[in-house]
Design a binder for this molecule. Structure first.
Ligand code: SF4
Length: 469
């Protein structure tokens, strides 16, 4: 995998289990078509947005895996359901080699989402404020999303036929939460189905499926000797090509946890040291470090993150592993063209605008390296997360209420950038504000309020575009 571009510095806790905005399917209709490319095979067949594809080559279209497998040739038979008149119509589509079918679906899963059967003691979904929207409390654990979108799953709810499907279709790689390997520790962490997860994991590895694994490390629960056992297990299974170790995240809406590694730099540093020999041995054997600490560990341990090549191509980038390093490198690359950044800073200054970029507390100093550079002379403003409380400090979980409470009431002559990662696909924050409503509230305080990626390259291009540079 090549180094990813940086969408923003932000991550969510690994124990944040649900996909934002997901709702369970009701009656199965198939895949909802949300867009049809003009002049495509689907367009020529008369398929329109709002229709459903219920079957493909006589298979129920339950998910994108079925679609990818069945619609791989240059001819496909579809059953199209039109809800406007309750009719189902068969049709055959043909395409030129390499042409796409011209269909965009609304999701990756079209039947019922597989929800989790676990009771993880560290589950972020059990630590949400009571008033959280219903969709935030859906706990999905769907192996199909592991393959399709890289969601971490526990494998504890998979039937034997699910396992056979993964093996038959060779759905590789899969992202799997391991957390611990000793049966008693697993059971105390995850619940009574923990054993099934390891059983399935080993079947998948025996079949050659590549695994990207994860540990949510909880002080006093799966650290110390148990962490050693889990690391040795992963070391003994070369199918596990990356293992991300992330610290426990917790909110104030629970009473089990009161501290984590973010409160104890020595403990964080001890874990970094404990993992180091495994990284070194993995590099000697495979040329990759495999065992990766999350950014939060380096921040908590007050250590600089490793250089980019240590991250083995960033296989777990979107889980907060390597984002800081990538952001810092992106900052250096953008600032290498100091004249360009200065031109933007000069344009802001000539308009009397002060740039303020919002971030979570964890990312503030990293974001400041670019935003507060002499050329741009803006401000990276950390928003403390009172809505969730606990040790939640990442940009992706910033809530509108905290922004409104913590920003000054007079924002005149401020260009205020909200990070786009704090909004879901429907434009909602975690506390239910719509992006446009929040921007309007901030504009009423005098700000020029905008929403953008806060990654240096993308942020600079965005501001240039806004200023017409
Ligand atoms: S109970 Fe465990 S597997 Fe289920 S959503 Fe929560 S953290 Fe994820």
């Amino acid at each position: 995998m090549t180094k990813p571009t940086v969408p923003a510095y932000a991550s969510t806790p690994a124990n944040y289990g649900a996909r934002r905005g997901t709702v369970p399917a009701e009656a199965f209709r198939g895949a909802l078509v949300v867009a049809v490319r003009p002049d495509s095979p689907a367009y020529d067949a008369g398929i329109e947005p709002g229709m459903y594809i219920s079957h493909v080559n006589d298979q129920s279209l339950t998910d994108m895996i079925v679609w990818l497998w069945e619609a791989d040739e240059d001819e496909v038979e579809l059953t199209v359901f039109d809800p406007s008149d309750d009719t189902s119509t068969p049709c055959v589509l043909e395409r030129f080699p390499g042409e796409d079918w011209g269909l965009t679906f609304n999701d990756a899963i079209f039947d019922e989402m597989r929800t989790c059967v676990n009771a993880c003691v560290f589950c972020f979904m059990r630590m949400l404020p009571k008033e959280s929207r219903d969709t935030l409390t859906i706990r999905d654990d769907d192996y199909r999303l592991s393959f399709l979108q890289g969601n971490f799953v526990t494998l504890t709810n998979m039937s034997d036929s699910d396992v056979e499907e993964v093996i038959d279709k060779f759905l590789s790689p899969m992202n799997v939460s391991i957390h611990a390997v000793s049966p008693d520790v697993r059971r105390s962490l995850i619940g009574r189905n923990a054993g099934r997860g390891i059983e399935v994991l080993e079947r998948l590895m025996d079949a050659g499926i590549e695994i990207h694994a994860q540990i949510v490390l909880c002080p006093g629960l799966n650290d110390g000797d148990e962490l050693d056992r889990t690391l040795r297990y992963c070391e003994a299974h070369p199918s596990i090509t990356s293992l991300g170790i992330v610290p426990l995240g917790f909110t104030k809406h629970q009473d089990r946890f009161a501290s984590s590694y973010s409160d104890d730099w020595r403990a964080a540093r001890a874990v970094v040291e404990q993992v180091r020999p495994f990284q070194e041995r993995a590099f000697e054997r495979f040329g990759r470090h495999t065992f990766q600490m999350s950014d939060e560990f380096y921040l908590a341990a007050r250590l600089d993150p490793p250089q980019a090549d240590f991250y083995d191509g960033y296989p777990q980038f979107y889980d907060g592993i390597g984002m800081i390093r990538s952001y810092l490198d992106d900052t250096d690359a953008v600032l290498a063209d100091a004249a360009r950044v200065r031109r933007t800073g000069d344009a802001l200054r000539s308009l009397g605008l002060r740039l303020v970029v919002i971030s979570g507390e964890a990312a503030r100093d990293t974001v400041a390296r670019f935003v507060e550079s002499p050329e741009l002379s803006g401000e990276a403003r950390a928003i403390k997360n009172y809505y969730f409380g606990g040790n939640v400090n990442v940009t992706g979980l910033i809530c509108a209420c905290d922004i409104l409470d913590q920003l000054e009431t007079d924002l005149g002559r401020v260009m205020l950038i909200l990070p786009e990662v704090m909004f879901n696909a429907d434009g909602l924050t975690l506390d239910g504000y719509h992006r446009e409503h929040l921007l309007t509230l901030l504009e009423e305080r005098g700000a020029r309020a905008l929403c953008s990626s806060t990654a240096p390259q993308e942020l600079l291009s965005f501001i240039e575009g806004d200023l017409g540079l």
